[in-house]
Design a protein around this ligand. Structure first.
Ligand SMILES: [Zn+2]
Length: 312
C-alpha cells in the first residue's frame, strides 16, 4: 500500500499546561479514592495549515492528505459538576431535567472560544488513558461514539473528511515534578476511508499558526476598509468563514465575478481566487493569487490585471 502523507500535530505550551493539569488532577483523584487513575475529557480547539499543492478554499472538501499541520491552540475544560469519570470510561451527566442546560454549557464553551479566535476549529474531543504508558490506540467506544460521529459532523459542517482524537498517556520517560513532562498527547485521525491514522505524538510549541486573522490587526482592518472603499459597488459580498477565512465577491462585469478568498494567515499565506458566473452561479477552478508577502501588493480591484513584480 502506498504510504500516505500524514499531518504533523503541535500543541501550544499554554494549552498543554491546561490539559496536563486536568489529566493529572483526575488521575490523582482516582488514585486516592479508587486506587486507579480516572480518565477525563477535554475539547481541543485547533488550527489547520494546508499543503500547498492544491488551491483550496473554505468551500472545498478537505481530506487528511490536504493538511500539513494541526496546531492545538486552545481547550475547553468541561465543568466538574457534569463529569462522570471512571478508570475505564469518561462521560457526562446532569441532574434530571438539566440535560438541556448541560448541552448548552458545552456548546457555549466551545462557541465562545471559536468566536474569540476565528482561526480555530473544533474537530473532536480529547480524553486521557492515564493507565497507558507511551503508546495507546482508540478503543472501539472511542471510534464508534466519538471519532465516527465527529467525522460525519465535520464533513457536514466544514467539508472536512476527518475527525481528530487526542489521547493523553503517561510519558514513557517522565521528568518528575512538572506535569507537562509526565504526559504525552497521542493523536489519531479517522479519515475518509474509515481508517484510523496514527499521527504520532504531538510536539509542544508556541506557534505562528495561532495568531488571529489579519483582519483583527490594525493594518488588516485599515487595509480591508480601504479595499472596500476602493471596490465600491463592484463589491457584491464580503464575508467571514470558519477557520479565519474572509471572502470578497467582486463584480468584473454583468456576467462574471471573482471570488477572492483570504486565508487566516494572509498575507503570509497566498489568497485563492475563483471566477464565478453571475448567470449560472457556477464557480471556475480555484487558483492561487500570488502577489508576494506584502499585503499592500494586494489590490482587490486589480485581480485580473495584476501588475506586480513576481518575487523570485
Ligand atoms: Zn479511550
Amino acid at each position: 500500500m502506498k504510504k500516505i502523507f500524514l499531518p504533523k500535530v503541535k500543541i501550544s505550551y499554554r494549552v498543554w499546561t491546561v490539559i496536563t493539569n486536568e489529566v493529572a488532577k483526575w488521575a490523582k483523584i482516582g488514585k486516592e479514592s479508587h486506587q486507579s487513575p480516572l480518565e477525563c475529557v477535554f475539547y481541543p480547539i485547533t488550527t489547520i495549515s494546508l499543503n500547498k499543492k492544491r488551491a483550496l478554499t473554505p468551500f472545498d472538501t478537505i481530506n487528511l492528505r490536504d493538511i500539513k499541520q494541526f496546531t492545538i491552540g486552545d481547550v475547553f475544560i468541561p465543568p466538574e459538576q457534569y463529569t462522570n469519570y471512571s478508570s475505564y470510561a469518561a462521560s457526562f451527566s446532569a441532574p434530571i431535567g438539566q440535560e438541556q442546560e448541560m448541552q448548552e454549557v458545552f456548546a457555549q464553551g466551545i462557541e465562545t472560544k471559536l468566536k474569540q479566535n476565528p482561526q480555530f476549529y473544533f474537530l473532536g474531543p480529547g480524553h486521557s488513558h492515564p493507565f497507558s504508558v507511551g503508546t495507546t490506540s482508540p478503543s472501539s467506544t472511542d471510534i464508534n461514539h466519538h471519532m465516527l460521529p465527529y467525522r460525519n459532523k465535520n464533513e457536514e459542517l466544514l467539508g472536512f473528511e476527518f475527525s481528530l482524537a487526542v489521547i493523553v498517556t503517561q510519558h514513557p520517560k517522565p521528568i518528575a515534578f512538572d506535569e507537562r513532562y509526565k504526559w504525552q498527547a497521542c493523536v489519531f485521525a479517522l479519515d475518509n476511508y474509515d481508517q484510523i491514522q496514527d499521527l504520532g505524538v504531538a510536539e509542544t510549541d508556541g506557534s505562528n499558526d495561532l495568531l488571529q486573522p489579519f483582519y483583527y490587526s490594525h493594518d488588516g482592518n485599515t487595509w480591508e476598509t480601504l479595499q472596500k472603499a476602493f471596490l465600491g459597488e463592484k463589491l457584491i459580498e464580503h464575508q467571514r468563514w470558519p477557520g479565519g477565512w474572509t471572502s470578497f465577491l467582486i463584480r468584473e462585469n454583468e456576467k462574471k465575478a471573482t471570488l477572492v478568498m483570504l486565508p487566516p494567515r494572509f498575507p503570509t499565506q497566498t489568497p485563492v481566487k475563483q471566477t464565478i458566473s453571475l448567470i449560472t452561479k457556477q464557480a471556475g477552478e480555484s487558483e492561487f493569487w500570488d502577489c508576494g508577502r506584502g499585503y499592500k501588493n494586494y489590490c482587490l480591484g486589480e485581480i485580473n490585471s495584476a501588475h506586480y513584480l513576481k518575487q523570485a
